[in-house]
Design a protein around this ligand. Structure first.
Ligand code: ATP
Ligand code: MG
Length: 334
């Protein structure tokens, strides 16, 4: 795999830059903080707003994740670093550093899913923001859910192992959200692809690209990132209407994530039929019976009226209680 800067690609492809600009080009490449301080290992992911690479810091040989985001005039991308700088919690991805560069690093090679390239025309309108953070496992919560849904053991619809793991994961996500809300912030983009696992296996909430202060009525930003390709919508009803909203939009998204953690959905067709119902608090047959305690916790999270949804703090307590009961039940059956 070959790693190149945007300018290198233009040069390598024979774009006529003229003698003087090719000198500038190589000077820019050399001055890239990213390539001089880090050795890219692999592309970890690609989202609507950026690419994320696993890198090795040359000096310390420590591994990090670096997210590269095109930063246009209004600097909205900076919201992510501004928020992360002040967040220190074991269920939130740890932030280390950020800097700006004129070029956006990209890799050339079709060996992974991040091989598409950004056009150089895109670059003219902005700089690139590099965000250095802790590197998480390649397997996001989305992958975890997909894998569980693909397991076809007989009892897997009500698998006690999945239930136990889901309770632990749900409690950790809620713990991170409780902390975010305690800082008077709203994440606004909670979904399984934005939830990762640290190398220690603990949940790490990531992608703070849409984070906002609770009193910041910034509907314009919301519009930028509300289209989810191929994934069900996690947006609360009031978020779609673009009226005023508060931290309870995160609780609605969390309700949907919790449901997905526990309930096995085998096909995309099944998902399509179930999803709309669950968003309206109508759960599949068998859910309330088998997951009775979880149902009591998840259902209010999906209330249409934000004020009727519980706070993250209450949810955390309820989930911890549920875990204790589940453990007692499990120990009795051994
Ligand atoms: P989108 O707008 O599509 O939600 P994005 O462009 O804002 O995404 P992120 O969600 O932050 O970018 O990252 C995209 C993907 O990269 C994640 O889904 C995850 O797979 C991977 N990723 C992000 N941060 C890390 C990290 N710290 N460690 C490991 N992988 C990561
Ligand atoms: Mg994302």
């Amino acid at each position: 795999m070959i790693y190149l800067l945007v300018e290198d690609i233009m040069f390598a492809e024979g774009v006529d830059t003229g003698d003087s600009s090719s000198e500038t080009t190589s000077a820019q490449s050399k001055s890239s903080r990213f390539t001089s301080e880090f050795e890219p290992i692999m592309c970890l992911g690609e989202g609507a707003f950026g690419r994320v690479f696993e890198v090795k810091e040359k000096l310390t040989e420590c591994h990090f994740a670096v997210k590269i985001v095109l930063c246009k005039e209004n600097n909205k991308a900076l919201r992510e670093v501004k928020a992360l700088t002040n967040l220190h919690h074991h269920n939130i991805v740890r932030y280390y550093n950020y800097w700006m560069e004129d070029s956006g690093y990209q890799q050339d090679g079709a060996e992974d899913s991040c091989s598409s390239s950004q056009s150089s025309a895109e670059n003219s309108s902005g700089k690139y923001l590099y965000i250095q953070m802790e590197v998480c496992d390649l397997k996001t919560l989305q992958v975890w859910i997909d894998e569980k849904n693909m397991q076809n053991e007989k009892e897997s619809l009500y698998s006690s192992k999945r239930r136990e793991e889901s309770l632990t994961i749900a409690t950790q996500i809620v713990s991170g959200v409780e902390y975010i809300h305690s800082k008077k912030l709203i994440h606004r983009d909670l979904k399984p692809a934005n939830i990762m696992f640290g190398r220690d296996g603990e949940v790490k909430i990531g992608d703070f690209g849409l984070v906002t202060a609770e009193n910041d009525d910034d509907a314009e930003n919301l519009l930028e990132r509300t289209v989810y390709k191929g994934t069900p919508s996690y947006m609360a009803p009031e978020q779609k209407n673009q009226k005023t909203y508060d931290r309870k939009i995160d609780i609605f998204a969390l309700g949907l994530i919790c449901f997905e953690l526990f309930w096995k959905i085998s096909t995309s067709h099944e998902r399509q039929t179930i999803w709309g119902d669950v968003r309206g608090q109508k759960f599949p047959k068998g859910f309330s019976g088998h997951f009775s305690e979880e149902y009591k916790i998840i259902k209010p999270m999906l209330c249409f009226k934000p004020n009727d949804r519980p706070e993250a703090e209450e949810l955390k307590r309820a989930l911890e209680k549920c875990t204790r009961r589940n453990n007692t039940r499990a120990s009795r059956t051994v």
